[in-house]
Design a protein around this ligand. Structure first.
Ligand code: FE2
Length: 271
């Protein structure tokens, strides 16, 4: 389903955007307020007690987290800009993030690893902002030289995001989300456990969303076709352990997932 007209009409409505607690301006005010409080407190006396140092540490951690969230919100705007260039990719990153979280949780990965995978999944295709429209929006199959250009998007993505320390643990997941378990992927041809676990999870989640989505040249795959594809590429394209987790998930909840996606009209373009 093409959601572009809805988005355009929402944008043209002239409604005021509410001052959300996540917007950069609010964050900036909060951060400035916290900094002033901290500065004022430190000018009165040095943090000489255990309680003072604990309070200062907590405040610094809170500021760091606020800055990180503010940065992520800005970066998500870039992702939205990429997806807005092609209505077929609307909400792809959000769905991939949800799939990746489900897979990682079913694998019993740690809380922090799951959180990193979720974040990386939201941002994984941000490098497509550097891919020309005539390739990104092409509805026919890509020519080999066009696919070479598309293959640059993970590297472009980490160049865009690599200017900050906030995402240093997510960057390897983003860089390697198109590696294959058999070493035939890109950009570095890593194989097996050389590929970060988060990137292996993200690769499966990304492929799942692509299979369940309509493309310009084919319909969405049925759930039984999706299961067949994962089984066929177990140990070649995908980590076999992750394929087993995905197959178990789909056999338990596949029909619910299929229904949710059909209601949202999930669809993606060429890459
Ligand atoms: Fe990608």
């Amino acid at each position: 389903m093409n959601n572009a007209p809805n988005r355009i009409s929402q944008c043209a409505s002239g409604d005021q955007i509410p001052n959300s607690p996540n917007d950069p301006a609010t964050h900036a005010k909060n951060i400035a307020g916290s900094l002033l409080s901290a500065r004022s407190a430190s000018s009165r006396r040095q943090p000489d007690s255990f309680d003072d140092r604990t309070h200062l540490n907590d405040s610094l951690q809170m500021l760091g987290e606020q800055l990180r969230r503010s940065y992520l919100e800005s970066t998500r705007a870039l992702v939205a800009a990429v997806e807005a260039r092609d209505p077929y990719t609307h909400d792809h990153s959000q769905r991939v993030s949800q799939h990746a979280k489900t897979i990682a949780t079913r694998m019993n990965l740690g809380h922090r690893e799951i959180s990193r995978i979720e974040t990386a999944a939201i941002l994984h295709d941000i490098g497509k902002i550097g891919i020309p429209d005539n390739i990104l929006q092409k509805t026919e199959r890509l020519l080999p030289e066009e696919f070479d250009v598309v293959r640059c998007h993970p590297t472009i993505g980490v160049k865009i995001l690599g200017h900050t320390t906030y995402l240093r643990r997510e960057l390897p997941i983003i860089l390697h989300h198109h590696e294959r378990f058999d070493g035939n992927g890109y950009p570095d041809g890593l194989a097996g456990e050389q590929i970060p676990i988060g990137a292996r999870v993200l690769a499966a989640a990304d492929a799942l969303d692509a299979m369940l989505s309509r493309r310009a040249y084919r319909n969405a795959l049925s759930m039984s076709e999706v299961r067949l594809e994962f089984s066929k590429h177990r140990g070649t394209q995908f980590d076999p352990v992750i394929v087993d987790v995905v197959l178990e998930w789909l056999s338990e909840e596949g029909s619910n997932l299929e229904m949710q996606l059909s209601q949202h009209g999930a669809s993606t373009a060429n890459c």
